[in-house]
Design a protein around this ligand. Sequence first.
Ligand code: FEO
Ligand code: CA
Ligand code: CA
Length: 692
Amino acid sequence: MQPQIPERRRLQVFPSVHGGRSALTCKYRCGDACSHDVPNTSDNEYLGDVIAKALSRRGLFKGGVAAGLVVGATGALAGSAAAAETDGASSATRWGRGPKGLDFDAVAPNRADAVSVPDGYEPQVVIRWGDPVLEGAPEFDPENQTPESQAGQFGYNNDYTALLDHPDDRRKKVLVCNHEYTTESSMLPDYDEAAPTEDQIRIGLAAHGLSVVTVEEDRRTGALTPVVGDGLNRRITAETPFVISGPAAGSDLLKTTADAEGATALGTLNNCAGGTTPWGTILSGEENFNQYFANFATMTDADQKAKLARYGFSGGASARKWEQYDPRFDLEQEPNEPNRFGWIVELDPYDPEWAPRKRTALGRFKHEGAGPRLARDGRVVVYMGDDERFDYMYKFVSKEKMKSGSSRRAREHNRKLLDEGTLYVARFTGDSPAAEIDGTGALPSDGRFDGSGEWIKLASGTTSYVDGFSAEEVYVWTRQAADKVGATKMDRPEDVEPSPKTGKVYVALTNNTNRGTGSNAKADEANPRNANKHGQILELTERRDDPTSLTFGWNLLLVCGDPAAADTYFGGFPKDQVSPISCPDNVAFDPYGNLWISTDGNALGSNDGLFAVALEGRHRGLTKQFLTVPIGAETCGPVVQEKHILVAAQHPGELSGASYDNPLSQWPDGPGSIPRPSVVNVTTDRFGSIGC
Ligand code: FEO
Ligand code: CA
Ligand code: CA
């Protein structure tokens, strides 16, 4: 049995600079984004018409109800300790056990160094950082890691995860996963962050990117086992060539010493969430790319410097010191290199010969992910969030229609769809009087945070719709273009995903503790709490259910946090019957139309988790925690299918004070080991339908 984290170490967890996230995660994942000034200093808060409807649909909530539903036994992974704070109550409520998909015993908030799942479910580690992917790659040996080993092994800090059909073998599936960032001080022995060796730097470069891994499915248990060296297996790293594609390709803004054509960028960085297109390719968002570039403070290109400031660039040396090995990470030498990051990338997991693309038509910002949907006429729509405090939500609508079928011709056509289309940014208007949105989270008199919105056109092909910006400037400096047209400043828009069942779009707004502070924008109806620690889920309905529509209605489905607190809202569902949820990050849907939400940085003191939320009927707003990830980890992925749920447990043990010599988690390998980010597959213990 793996012991629980000693109390001495557990005490280090919860005092945190930013919600539930550790200082180590802030440093290596986001480049301490929250410690810096808000990059959006634009004065574009929208003051459009506020329409008071005074429709009281649901009445006001009363605070002080009992604490949330915290129930059920927990199965712990790899012999780890079970959740310590489970109260053992039943999850059956006066509302029944929930609709199809939500019929499981909710997992209690806990601080276990384990993956905790409901009774009757089995968690299985599919693949861990350092496991071999390519033919000839060695087994994981952290004491003797090399750049060459890492380039053939599963990368670090798995985030977006997809589980696809295998093209020609029904017993197999194709797992695609990206690798957001590295924490060298926890990965590598003898690591001196002031003076990393060239090999240590090259290991870091190789541990970024994406992995494609064929897995074999056990038909009896549903366990997934990697097939090392399979023909589809690939590693994409921070040095893999990417074709720069779409309307900004070849722009002077993208040219560097090594690439005078502005046509090929090396590698992808800080890939966060993503999406799977209807034609079977993977989209992945380049997020906090600014942190990899050094010498902003001393760069001499004043115009470029001013523009980079809007993307959060600052300071001198970078945290990882890659600039010491590769001058492209030195802004004094290569001021345009960062313009080649911050894109949505597209990878075809079924075609290893096809070079991955950077899709400039989808704009450049700190892309969280990309949620595609087909319009009725066959055009593809992609919804996207820019994960920064007070930044924006976007959508792209393709010009051409998707061709169905799997012919080579259809595939080649579809792989160009994201190069031509129109890019929009969102503006939200509340329908309640501004005076009723007081920043406390108290519901307005119509009983809902809701209203209308519009998509504002930014650029289409080579046409710009933003005064003073050429089209290529809109694509490369998308944040500044959106500032100009009066987009709504949101509370860190993360995943934006359309429901395959209803077409409604769900937005995870993770938190924004700067809302309403100093000169920052104050609460509005879509972002109704000042100093917002716990975030909200926004539900968006496009006009006539047409994703190419330019107007929409919206409401807040969840205002997250402690259900017992007056400032939380769970879709109108009784708050004494729900699980506490904080800092929503990624969203997915089960086959029955329920929403699944993973969290990052739980500010309520528990480990992060995965939650299922009913969207329709009398159960709308019922929220149940399905699993928790190990201490210090974030719940990424997720994949939600009828019989499989996969989460990428990112940065286990990443707590303040953790290092290679002082690991604060032993998950998943047990005593004496360092923690390893890993993909976990959860099935019922009889490999039946989940939540039924
Ligand atoms: Fe990488 Fe927005 O989380
Ligand atoms: Ca309202
Ligand atoms: Ca994320």
